[in-house]
Design a protein around this ligand. Structure first.
Ligand code: WT7
Length: 652
């Protein structure tokens, strides 16, 4: 079936940075013809270098690549200092708290706040270039100051999403050998306080590399203090000077780590370095959102995910934009909250996840009509394919059939957008990420032959040349870096970066992403490794075996479905209690984000004779599909019928 196609708004396109597909093609041709010239040109133009780079790209040691060698810069100056001449009184961050409290932070305020924060880390906590600092924070401006303060003094931040449990936090602290944790007492959600500091205390109990903890006061609830380890930000910050000399960093000095799920139980510390990352963060802000000098831009993500890093903090600030940050829940106090915020702050670009769009659609279909949304120009989505009904509602009711929807495909590892429409140029199709951005050589390849697939054929989405904001490594694990991304697909005999996603081209050459090809599921636009959830569930003493698969979910995109075999000596006395106990383990080991939507107790799992679990079968059963696969290679083919019966009779 041919998909509907929506052309860019002419009035918008006239002033857009990339105005039509010819301009897009010309940029893409320029990149293909002279890759280094293309990137070198932008790097010179966009980055405020302390010392210019001498070499654009060194890929002699691929997949360990170096961009803009010889160049020296500081990412915090790129985001703040260089704007002070022209934008010191412009709003850098507009913050709206859960209880409706507001703050407008100008670029000059940001400069002072970040410098004070940087001085605090340097002078009071002895944080030095290259040290790792874990940030476990709610969505408050201090979280952004903390990131930029690290960048200013050359420390490597590792943000852990505030929904992760103490165990998950502990793992990440230990893997990165962090010296400092920055946190808050807690924050507010749905008008109620919730706590973070106790989670940090728990994570630090026992042996830990952490020497100091900085606690920002947000909700004023009581917290326990460990003398000599815990310090109040609100106290210490008062004594800090408002200027702090930025550390001069090499292009390839690490900027941050961000842990993400993979196909093993252990999350990977994805490393991004300074120059290439900030360059692409800024360029994609300009091209994909086409933010103009007086615009107000809002991305609803949490800073705990890559979207929050690149498109709340680094990208918008690098280009000197006004970025909105919000605390709380998008549907609280009601499903009109985002639209009220769009009206009040006159928001021009709005960026969110399909999950949020589905919830807002479901809970408040008619809410957008109650607000003046005429300021909106570009709408964005990210994290998973967007389904046509949600797309249509977003396009018509939120965007007034006037705004482009940029369906941005990318990943933690890519640092910034990879495949996305350009709002003034690309005719869009619902549910389709369209074309690689200029400079990005992304192709759908056949994993066997390494050749581009034909129209309609499915293949693996690969990026066949290194790009500036590419992942630079998995922290402390070179082997895993190579194995995770560069061993599955070869093009013309050479390894290329494989995203882990399947995709295909349509008759117009548009790329549609079909989802992960590995054992990673996408819950509400966040990656969850099935192995990670399984490892957590296995910690429950009654569990003998477990297999976790994804199952389509109306709101979340995918939900988590767990098949559990209990140890023979512990028959199920009470299924509800058992499920509760399992969920408790998940909460403790990972956090609420990994709670199972379905738990079914089974007597065995479908395994091949070599002991491999056939997940395809489990996925089909979870979806309620008939089993058409060949099950004769199973050790015990009769187990399939037993599992189907268990799933059908499960009422939980
Ligand atoms: C995975 C990356 C990128 C920030 C949020 C998630 C899926 C992402 C899209 C999209 C279809 C998408 C992919 C990808 N994904 N954007 N527009 N259409 N799928 O970051 O946790 O690193 O997850 O999200 O499967 O690999 P992440």
């Amino acid at each position: 079936m041919k998909k509907e196609i929506f052309k860019p708004n002419r009035g918008f396109a006239k002033d857009a940075r990339i105005k039509n597909m010819c301009e897009y093609q010309a940029l893409q041709d320029a990149a293909t013809e002279d890759y280094e010239g293309f990137w070198g040109g932008y790097a010179k133009e966009k980055i405020d270098w302390v010392t210019p780079f001498t070499n654009v790209l060194d890929e002699s040691n691929f997949p360990f690549v170096k961009w803009f060698e010889g160049g020296k810069l500081n990412v915090s100056t790129q985001c703040i200092d260089r704007h002070l001449d022209t934008r010191k009184n412009k709003a850098a961050i507009i913050f709206e708290g859960d209880r409706g409290d507001k703050q407008i932070i100008t670029y000059l305020d940001l400069y002072y706040n970040v410098n004070r924060f940087a001085n605090l880390l340097k002078n009071e906590f002895d944080v030095k270039k290259g040290d790792r600092v874990v940030i476990y924070m709610p969505m408050i401006p201090e979280a952004a100051y903390a990131m930029l303060a690290c960048a200013r003094i050359g420390a490597i931040h590792s943000i852990v999403f505030g929904g992760f449990s103490s165990e998950a936090l502990k793992d990440r602290i230990e893997d990165a050998e962090a010296k400092v944790v920055i946190t808050a007492d807690g924050a507010y959600r749905k008008d109620k306080p919730y706590m973070l500091k106790p989670v940090v205390d728990e994570a630090l109990s026992g042996k830990t590399p952490v020497k100091k903890v900085l606690v920002v006061e947000r909700n004023g609830e009581d917290v326990t203090w460990v003398a000599g380890r815990d310090y109040s930000y609100n106290e210490l910050i008062k004594h800090q000077r408002v200027t702090c000399e930025p550390e001069v960093m090499d292009s390839e000095d690490p900027l941050f780590l961000l842990y993400t799920s993979g196909s093993t139980g252990q999350p990977k510390g994805v490393q991004h370095n300074s120059a290439g990352y900030i360059l692409w963060a800024q360029m994609t802000m300009e091209w994909v959102f086409d933010v103009k000098e007086n615009d107000t831009y809002w991305c609803t993500a949490d800073i705990g995910w890559i979207t929050g890093h690149t498109y709340i903090v680094y990208g918008p600030l690098a280009m000197g934009a006004t970025t909105v940050m919000f605390e709380g829940v998008i549907t609280h106090p009601d499903a009109g909250r985002p639209w009220r915020m769009v009206e009040e702050h006159r928001i021009n670009q709005f960026y969110t996840a399909p999950t949020a769009i589905r919830v807002l659609h479901k809970m408040g279909e008619h809410e957008p009509a109650k607000y003046d949304l005429s300021s909106l120009k570009v709408l964005g989505t990210v994290g998973e394919p967007i389904d046509p009904p949600a797309w249509k509602w977003y396009y018509e009711k939120v965007g007034g059939s006037r705004c482009a929807i940029v369906d941005t495909y990318w990943q933690t590892e890519t640092g910034g957008h990879i495949v996305s429409p350009l709002p003034g140029a690309t005719p869009i199709k619902p549910g389709c990420a369209t074309f690689p951005l200029p400079g990005i050589i992304a192709e759908v390849l056949d994993p066997q032959s390494g050749k581009k697939v034909e129209v309609g054929e499915s293949g693996y989405l690969c990026i066949t040349r290194p790009w500036p904001s590419m992942i630079r490594g998995v922290w402390g694990d070179e082997k895993r870096y190579k194995k995770s991304y560069f061993e599955d697909v070869k093009k013309e005999g050479k390894p290329v970066y494989f995203t882990g996603d399947g995709a295909h081209y349509d008759e117009d050459g548009y790329i549609t992403i079909t989802g992960r090809t590995d054992d990673v599921i996408n819950v509400s636009g966040h990656r969850m490794g099935t192995a990670e959830v399984e490892a957590a569930i296995k910690k429950h003493s009654n569990v003998a075996e477990v297999a976790v698969v994804g199952k389509p979910h109306e709101i979340k995109g995918e939900g988590i479905f767990a098949y559990i075999v209990l140890k023979s000596d512990c028959g199920i006395a009470d299924e509800i209690e058992e499920v509760k106990a399992i969920n408790k383990v998940i909460q403790r080991e990972i956090g609420n984000i990994a709670l199972c939507d379905d738990v079914v107790f089974v007597s065995g799992l479908p395994k091949t004779r070599s002991g491999k679990i056939m997940r395809r079968i489990l996925r089909s059963i979870a979806k309620g599909q008939e089993i058409t696969q060949d099950i004769s290679t199973l050790e015990d083919p009769s187990i399939v019928a037993t599992i189907v019966t268990a799933v059908r009779s499960c009422k939980l």
